[in-house]
Design a protein around this ligand. Structure first.
Ligand SMILES: C=CC1=C(C)c2cc3[nH]c(cc4nc(cc5[nH]c(cc1n2)c(C)c5CCC(=O)O)C(CCC(=O)O)=C4C)c(C)c3C=C
Ligand SMILES: [Fe+2]
Ligand SMILES: [Fe+2]
Length: 321
């Protein structure tokens, strides 16, 4: 029998916080028909003519605000997560990580696993809530990568884990640990999820309902209110509401001056949490009269996260070993 591989997948990020690298990344990301569901004949001229000429410079400046010595936070943390998981699983399991857009690509890591003798591979996209834009797109890339192989490995896909007791417990424990370390008592806990166009929900994407269910279960586990918002609106279409930035600007006027914001839909801190929420969100909230604002770390490669991923992965590998 061959070896078993576990491939952790995350969204992707530019190779450098520079305009050219961000343009390459955004071109690949925003050309994915799973992400932007507008006919390419309409969308590509807008993407190439407007977005790729304006957004990369602005986004590169934002990436520079959060970039680490070892690279983009999303890539650094995803690698740490893979390293942590490898240390927890049996030594004969080949654990690696890949990005849906940019590097290291899904195809390159699957090819390396097959070359290393893996004939069974578990794909673990680290998206707790299922969306076609994230999970289905990662799956598509996996099947495209093995399409050219004569001897294909067996593939398993980790399902979304938005209501899994192990995920809710990891969120509860990580949130409680960070609450215990606070120097103020928050009036409100906000859970900000990445947004999506409303149309994707109307077309049957379960993402929105799964976000609400995660927040409800977390609220029950913590025994306190968790207010749901959606962030990172992109483009002119109607996106899921309420929008995180509008809520942050309104809260001080409604009496919530000290808030904590969680981002439980992101497995790893990234541009969208570290810059959009922890920096710009904080500025907006304080400018609107807020007093204390704290963004809590995502699960990242914390102990709570490693326990979660080891539980999920061992369950999915059953029967293979
Ligand atoms: C966690 C789930 C995510 C969903 C669902 C999602 C959907 C989605 N995103 C865009 C547009 C952009 N997203 C961007 C960054 C970004 N998105 C996610 C996650 C989800 N996106 C992450 C983790 C990140 C951060 C990547 C990083 O490098 O840190 C960006 C680029 C950032 C920028 O240039 O400002 C865009 C654009 C759409 C249209 C979409 C639709 C379904
Ligand atoms: Fe996104
Ligand atoms: Fe953003």
């Amino acid at each position: 029998m061959g070896k078993i591989g576990v491939l952790i997948v995350n969204l992707g990020t530019p190779d450098a916080p520079e305009t050219g690298a961000v343009r390459r990344y955004l071109k690949e990301f925003l050309s994915d028909r799973r992400v932007v569901e507008i006919p390419p004949l309409l969308w590509q001229p807008i993407l190439r003519g407007i977005i790729l000429n304006t957004r990369p410079r602005k986004s590169a400046a934002a990436y520079r605000e959060v970039w680490k010595d070892a690279g983009s936070p999303l890539a650094v943390i995803t690698k740490q997560t893979a390293d942590g998981l490898r240390a927890m699983l049996d030594t004969d399991i080949h654990v690696d990580w890949a990005m849906r857009y940019g590097n290291p690509s899904i195809a390159s890591r699957i090819n390396a696993m097959v070359a290393a003798g893996c004939d069974r591979i578990l794909i673990a996209p680290l998206y707790p809530q299922y969306s076609a834009a994230t999970n289905a797109s990662a799956h598509d890339a996996v099947f495209a990568a093995i399409a050219a192989m004569r001897a294909q490995p067996a593939i398993r896909l980790l399902p979304a884990y938005y209501d899994d007791p192990a995920y809710i417990e990891a969120l509860r424990a990580s949130t409680q640990r960070q609450l215990d370390a606070l120097d103020f008592a928050p009036d409100l806990l906000i859970a900000s999820f990445h947004g999506m166009p409303v149309r994707t929900r109307e077309l049957g994407d379960p993402y929105y309902s799964q976000c609400l269910e995660t927040a409800r279960l977390l609220s029950d586990a913590l025994g306190r209110e968790v207010r749901v918002t959606f962030q990172s609106r992109f483009g002119p279409a109607k996106w899921l509401e309420p929008a995180t930035d509008s809520v942050l600007r309104a809260l001080p006027g409604e009496g919530a001056r000290n808030v904590v914001i969680l981002t439980p839909g992101f497995s790893a801190d990234c541009l969208e949490t570290l810059e959009e929420i922890a920096m710009r969100g904080k500025e907006d909230f304080l400018a609107a009269g807020g007093q204390k604002f704290r963004h809590f770390d995502c699960l990242n490669a914390s102990e709570e996260a490693m326990t979660l991923y080891a539980t999920l992965v061992r369950r999915e590998l059953s029967g293979w070993r």
